[in-house]
Design a protein around this ligand. Structure first.
Ligand SMILES: Nc1ncnc2c1ncn2[C@@H]1O[C@H](COP(=O)(O)OP(=O)(O)OP(=O)(O)O)[C@@H](O)[C@H]1O
Ligand SMILES: [Mg+2]
Length: 244
């Protein structure tokens, strides 16, 4: 039985002046998959997921989520339908405690009910391993822990779709390993779209990989196929090796 398509785009575009940041993208993500989205700097990855979650409006095309056209729905309505995302730039509330940050995220979905709020907040804290730091102000956390907190805020919404934009950027090797373990666990319940530059993380976690370059999807497939793809080598993987 084919999986249900969770999110889909048709001819999705976003132009900034003369730049076609996203240029006619047709994309489909089946429910239950862990998909990586890769591509060189400026390929349009962040712009693409910003269109998915409604942070910015498209210049053309459509976004469908759970079979519904959400192209003109504001971001908060999409969150209400089960989309969660973390930004490329850390966006926790520094003056609130770790716990308060997560509780805010849980509350976005669920109004009232104090006990459920508390237990769901605690569950999300535990899942990312921040229970011991629950009472600390978020600004006191290391950068790596702030990124984990952001993921916990996403998980606190119990999303159907979790979109992560470069979550391992700036993490230590040990933190990256913890992140991989966390994603494996989260992926059992949640569809994940992961923008990621760390190829070890991508190749370890992704079931399929979508490659963007210059606003377009240039390849899509399982990790082995993508690694061997000549266009991908040229646009991205080759460059990475050249730089590294
Ligand atoms: N708000 C904006 N105004 C003007 N141009 C923009 C804006 N946002 C993105 N762009 C341009 O759109 C293109 C795609 O940018 P985007 O940030 O989506 O790429 P990316 O794949 O996420 O890159 P990176 O890997 O560096 O995060 C780039 O040329 C970028 O300069
Ligand atoms: Mg980006």
């Amino acid at each position: 039985m084919a999986a249900v398509t969770l999110i889909e785009t048709r001819a999705l575009s976003r132009h900034f002046g003369g730049i076609r940041a996203v240029d006619g993208v047709n994309f489909a993500l089946p429910e239950g998959e862990l998909r990586a989205l890769i591509g060189p700097n400026g390929a349009g990855k962040t712009t693409f997921v910003s269109l998915l979650c409604g942070r910015i409006a498209p210049s053309g095309g459509q976004v469908c989520f759970l079979g519904q056209d959400v192209t003109t729905l504001p971001a908060h309505r999409r969150i209400g339908m089960g989309m969660a995302y973390t930004f490329q730039i850390t966006s926790v509330f520094g003056n609130l405690t770790v716990q308060e940050n997560i509780a805010l995220a849980v509350q976005r979905r669920r109004a009232g009910n104090g006990r459920a709020l508390e237990s769901e907040t605690r569950a999300a804290l535990a899942q990312v391993g921040l229970t011991d730091r629950a009472e600390q102000p978020a600004r006191a956390l290391s950068y790596g822990h702030q990124r984990l907190l952001e993921i916990a805020m996403g998980l606190g919404q119990r999303p159907r779709l979790l979109i992560l934009d470069e979550p391992t950027q700036g993490l230590s090797d040990g933190e990256v390993a913890a992140f991989i373990a966390l994603m494996r666990e989260v992926a059992r319940q949640t569809t994940i779209l992961l923008i990621e530059h760390n190829m070890d993380v991508v190749m370890t976690l992704a079931e399929r990989i979508t490659v963007m370059d210059a606003g377009r999807i240039i390849a899509e497939g399982p990790p082995d196929e993508i690694r061997a793809d000549a266009r991908v080598q040229e646009a991205y993987l080759g460059k990475q090796h050249a730089e590294g």
